[in-house]
Design a protein around this ligand. Structure first.
Ligand code: F0G
Length: 457
């Protein structure tokens, strides 16, 4: 008999988590203004609000922490991190930052000017924020198929090359760079194929426009290339990463995801000019160029995490857990963005809560229901997060309305996945009785989802 699949690690240290009663959760949810970002972590049983900075470090990473060199300038830990980044990506210049959005801030301070267009595949909110706050425009060129949650295609995070070329032809002089997010978080943790990256590169060469990768989950992207794209099945993850990055001129990295550290990030490039200019911004915003807001011990752990997580076994364990949850949801016929992505499952809320009108925020309603059901905290990636149109001030209802269940790396077991699936099934079973959603009692002018106060109707 073929042996079943199991994790490529064992557990050395555990962290207790607490269950609660429904009446406690009702009270806490009310106090939190029906916004899961306002809950205390101790009020949560299984926390799926993000996979960012929430992973469990390995024994090697923890032992690396003790070797951290805290020198202000020229720290040994920085050079270890730099060497690892260069080995995996082929980029020689590495500038540390305290997290991903800081890398965006530093690099975009150099590159993005008022009126610019920055095309890409579903820019992450902070990426978009750092473009729009500079009075420039983030142009989404993701393939249309990404919007159909029930369509199963292997690389749903891809760029639509025709849309991208049209944008370039119309606005060439306004485009400082193209940004490709691997994997595509906003479209559901969906991967971008090597073929697509190559095609973007060809356009970039044809029109002489640089390419940057927003690389938060690049290792998961490489796993999908290895397991789904012809010609890559026998290549190592590290070889695939090297080829992916050969199609870019620079990267921004949130190390809180695929480097499995709790805090950290960096910019890497082969353009000396970009590095020299970004260095100055890095010093102003982040810290000296060999620490950029990170402790020496954090750079040490980052280097080790990056090396470990660009190995197949670790990635396979991770992605198979997401697939396991997806299979459980299939049993209950709960609709989510198909196929399952790399870091999360995204439930298609309007397909579940069919009686809740869009004006009453179905995905947020489902997020609240799941928390009340079992103390599981997901997060809305939908109409609330989409904010209002800056000009008309109307809610933007044109995108997807999803409940994201982001799975932290190496933290929960498949028993937890079972609890999540059954909790969702219980909500799903009573979906016909959920006819009302929520209304906004107070909201901030931008990025409202973090602080919005809601009333249940
Ligand atoms: N790019 C992508 C694709 C991301 O998913 C994130 C963060 C960032 C950049 C910014 O990085 O948080 O280190 O500043 N995503 C987290 C999430 C917050 O929950 O998806 P950061």
């Amino acid at each position: 008999m073929k042996l079943p699949f199991a994790e490529s690690w064992k557990i050395k240290m555990i962290e207790p988590i607490k269950k609660s009663t429904r009446s406690e959760r009702e009270k806490w949810m009310l106090e939190a203004g029906n916004n899961v970002f306002q809950l205390k972590a101790e009020q949560v049983y299984i926390d799926l609000i993000t996979d960012s900075g929430t992973g469990a470090m390995s024994a090697n990473q923890w032992s690396g922490m003790m070797l951290g060199d805290e020198s202000y300038a020229g720290a040994t830990s920085f050079f270890k991190m730099k060497e690892t980044v260069s080995k995996i990506t082929g980029f020689n210049y590495v500038l540390p930052t305290h997290q991903g959005r800081a890398a965006e801030n530093v690099l975009f301070s150099v590159l993005v000017k008022e009126g610019n267009h920055v095309p890409g595949n579903s820019h992450f909110d902070t990426t978009k924020g750092h473009i729009e706050s500079r009075h420039a425009f983030a142009i989404d060129c993701t393939i249309n198929e990404a919007k159909d949650t029930q369509l199963e295609i292997p690389f749903k995070g891809n760029v639509d090359i025709k849309k991208l070329e049209k944008e370039i032809q119309e606005n060439k002089d306004k485009i400082p760079f193209i940004i490709i997010t691997i994997t595509n978080n906003t479209a559901g943790g969906q991967p971008v194929s090597m073929q697509n990256l190559r095609e973007v590169r060809e356009l970039s060469k044809k029109y002489n426009i640089p390419v940057i990768f927003d690389s938060a989950r690049f290792a998961e992207n490489a796993y999908f290339i290895k397991t789904r794209e012809n010609g890559y099945e026998n290549k190592t993850i590290k070889d695939i990463c090297k080829e992916m990055f050969s199609y870019a001129d620079a990267m921004t990295m949130s190390a809180k995801k695929d480097a499995i550290v709790n805090m950290g990030g960096f910019i890497a490039t082969n353009f000396e000019k970009w590095y020299d200019e970004a260095k100055i911004m890095g010093i102003i915003y982040e810290g000296f160029i060999t620490y950029g807001g990170m402790n020496g011990r954090d750079m040490e752990a980052l280097a080790i995490g990056l090396d470990e997580n660009t190995e197949f076994d670790n990635l396979e364990t991770r992605i198979k857990q997401i697939e396991y949850l997806a299979k459980r949801l299939d049993e209950f016929e709960i609709p989510y963005q198909r196929p399952a992505g790399g870091h999360a499952i995204f439930i298609d809320a309007p397909k579940v809560l069919t009686h809740v009108p869009k004006e009453e925020f179905p995905a947020q309603t489902l997020t609240i229901e799941l928390y009340l059901e079992a103390g599981i905290r997901g997060c809305e990636i939908g109409y609330l997060l989409a904010d209002r149109d800056p000009i008309t001030r109307e809610n933007r209802f044109d995108g997807l309305d999803l409940l994201r269940l982001a799975i932290p790396r190496r933290v929960y077991t498949n028993n937890h996945m079972d609890v999540i699936a059954v909790a969702l099934k219980n909500v799903f079973d009573r979906r016909e009785n959920i006819t009302r959603g929520v209304k906004i009692a107070w909201e901030a002018p931008i990025m409202r989802h973090f602080t919005v106060k809601l009333e249940r109707l």
